[in-house]
Design a protein around this ligand. Structure first.
Ligand code: PRX
Length: 650
């Protein structure tokens, strides 16, 4: 047995059991007792009746305005849950809390003195004012709203105001470039854009309005742009016909606004994510199923109770933030921490300071962040007590057992279970995840959430255990995507073509003999850099859009902190001279096209790239060669000699 296999085996055998107290007091156990379900296995078994289970989950989390006619209808790989129910997620996330003085968000600005506490009541009123203002601008049910905002409280306000009047929000991560924002706004034909003057990142102001202005130079559908004043005096250019200050337009509005009565299946938002082609796809989520899926998972996986202080340290620009900073915590009526800035500003213990200051009880973050903190060293943690923490979470990429153990020991002080949650933009909510009653194995996301049926299949569609294969979900679930915006062909091709009527996640995973899932990562078409999902082809098309680049191939290399780093092989146009300046220029070019997160760590110039006879660049072969792995049979390539040449790249 190789040493590597031995380590895997040891990890599989190492089990961390939850304390009796955690199990007994957990929300899921209380529910199981009510339903006379005696064990975790029995719960999973019973929940195989998905219609029964998800209806129970709905009863635990939402209140339909009018009951559904049919719990599940399926057609052509589209699933309609709770069909016929009249609903709007805002009833549960906002309206039912309208008189509560409890804090909804504790917001920490990056400049340390800036803290805002927003009660559920204040949030309700602020949302209503904006919703009224949006109506006056002519926004109606079904209109798309492009939101380009950093981590400030006005971001959830903008999302909820859109949802309230039945409009569809589409948040674009504030770290994306002007061009990436423009591409998304044009794809969805947004009528209104909401942005801000700027925000703080590592002590500097990032001028977001400037990027929005650049994006809006070529967006014919956009009529108005609402601008939030976040900074003290960042100067902005002003388009009198288009731009409106947020504080001015809401000033005159009433703090009451009728919530639009929607169908449970009506779209709530579009969120763009990377896939196998150069163009990101607009994933659609709805009001009803999404509300049930996010709220029940947060309630059971992170076991949130009325007194908890929850901190999901993701950015709202990604699905994690949509589901677990905005919608689910609000539905559950829990207090959330929201932080604007960089984790290491002004010092690497900023997070630990925030946890002690606000007595955070449950923390949810990514393996990249954990590895970064490991790298800073324990001395930054030892200055703080962290004793308020009772549960921890991880999301976005596989967590290596070393990082898991470090998180457990130094942050959780060996008393907090770690919920390693596997899910996707498309799934809407956690799908493979422990519950507080689950025995944990470091590095494994453990078992499917009740009502989710996951398997690992081989290429022929046969279930396999103890070997890597395709991760699939066999049955629909309420939080699942409701389609790809204006692209039904891509929806069918991406998720339903490989195995008919089975959802293909696009991840490689393995199930061990105890039924535990070990997700290994994306298949070869998508990179995960610091937990951010970036299509290889997005980076390649950005490179090829540079006038001096003829062809490009982007691959991911394992990276100690970020999970993966980006290496791009570039063929320059004939006669172009290689230079260090050009290398830097290309890196910056990708930053401008997509955003800083997609900038290659390394650009290597080559004369040729291995291709199939039909001319497709073989990324898999390139990656294997670069990592010193077996490249497989390359004799069928049109230019097998290009494989060896890769090692001579400059
Ligand atoms: O590859 C899996 C990885 O992240 C992908 C989904 O990315 P995105 O849509 O950006 O959503 C991230 C936040 C939910 C998955 O296909 N992934 C996510 N969580 C885990 C994970 N890989 C391993 N373990 C996880 N816990």
């Amino acid at each position: 047995m190789e040493e590597k296999d031995l380590v895997v085996l040891l990890n599989e055998k190492r089990v961390f059991k939850p304390s009796k107290k955690l199990v007994e007091n957990s929300n899921v156990m209380k529910w199981m007792k009510k339903k006379k379900i005696k064990s975790y296995d029995e719960l999973l078994k019973k929940a195989e009746d998905i219609e029964w289970f998800w209806n129970e989950a709905a009863k635990e989390t939402v209140k339909w305005k009018k009951p559904f006619k049919k719990i599940l209808e399926q057609e052509n790989n589209y699933s309609k849950w709770f069909n016929g129910a009249k609903y709007n997620i805002v009833f549960d996330a906002l309206d039912k809390h309208k008189n509560k003085t409890k804090t909804a968000f504790i917001w920490e600005g990056e400049p340390e003195k800036e803290v805002r506490k927003i009660s559920f009541k204040q949030l309700y009123q602020e949302v209503n004012k904006l919703a009224n203002a949006m109506k006056k601008l002519g926004i109606k049910k079904g209109d798309r709203i492009g939101i380009y905002l950093p981590m400030i409280p006005e971001l959830p306000v903008a999302m909820l105001a859109s949802a309230k009047i039945g409009a569809i929000h589409s948040v674009v991560f504030s770290g994306f470039s002007a061009l990436a924002f423009r591409e998304r706004v044009n794809d969805e034909a947004a009528k209104l854009v909401i942005t801000c003057d700027g925000f703080y990142r590592r002590g500097k102001i990032i001028p977001l309005k400037k990027a929005a202005d650049e994006a809006l130079m070529e967006t014919p559908s956009v009529e108005k742009c609402i601008v939030i004043k976040r900074t003290a005096g960042e100067k902005v250019d002003w388009n009198e016909k288009r731009d409106l200050w947020y504080h001015e337009i809401i000033k005159k509005e009433k703090p009451e606004c009728k919530t639009e009565l929607m169908e449970a299946n009506d779209p709530l938002f579009i969120l763009y994510t990377s896939g196998t082609t150069g163009k990101p796809k607009g994933i659609i989520h709805d009001h009803g199923g999404y509300a049930v899926g996010t709220a029940i998972t947060l309630k059971w996986v992170f076991d949130l109770k009325d007194k908890d202080i929850w901190w999901c340290a993701a950015d709202i620009g990604w699905i994690t933030g949509h589901s677990y900073i905005v919608y689910a915590p609000l539905i559950l009526g829990v207090t959330s921490v929201m932080y604007e800035g960089s984790p290491d500003f002004p010092n690497p213990d900023r997070w630990w300071e925030i946890i002690d200051k606000h007595k955070v009880t449950v923390l949810y973050t990514s393996p990249t962040a954990i590895r970064m903190f490991m790298h800073f060293g324990e001395e930054w943690i030892e200055k703080h007590s962290l004793k308020s923490l009772r549960l921890l979470g991880s999301v976005g990429e596989p967590i290596n057992p070393e990082a898991w153990m470090w998180y457990y020991k130094f942050i959780g002080k060996e008393k907090c279970q770690i919920m390693d949650t596997w899910w996707q933009t498309e799934t809407g909510n956690h799908c493979i995840t422990p519950l507080p009653i689950t025995d944990l194995k470091p590095g494994s996301a453990t078992k499917p959430f009740p009502g989710i049926q996951a398997k690992v299949l081989n290429k022929e569609g046969k279930e396999i255990i103890n070997a890597g294969g395709e991760l699939v979900l066999l049955k629909p679930w309420p939080g699942m995507l409701k389609g790809i915006y204006k692209n039904p062909e891509k929806y069918q091709k991406t998720y339903w073509e490989m195995y008919p009527e089975i959802y293909l996640a696009g991840d490689v995973a393995r199930v061990d003999s105890d039924g535990y899932f070990w997700v290994q990562g994306r298949d070869s078409d998508v990179l995960k850099v610091s937990g951010h999902r970036i299509g290889n082809s997005e980076i390649e098309s950005a490179l090829v859009s540079h006038p001096l680049v003829a062809e490009a191939a982007a691959i991911g290399k394992p990276h100690e902190i970020k999970g993966e780093s980006i290496t791009a092989f570039v063929i320059l146009k004939k006669g172009t001279e290689i230079s260090e300046n050009l290398r830097k220029e290309l890196i910056e070019h990708v930053g401008k096209e997509i955003g800083k997160l997609a900038r290659p760590d390394e650009i290597l110039f080559v004369e040729d790239l291995p291709k199939t006879r039909s001319g497709k660049i073989m990324r898999r072969v390139i990656k294997a060669k670069v990592l010193g792995q077996d490249t497989g049979n390359i004799s069928t390539l049109s230019n097998p000699e290009a494989v060896e040449e890769l090692l001579k790249a400059k």
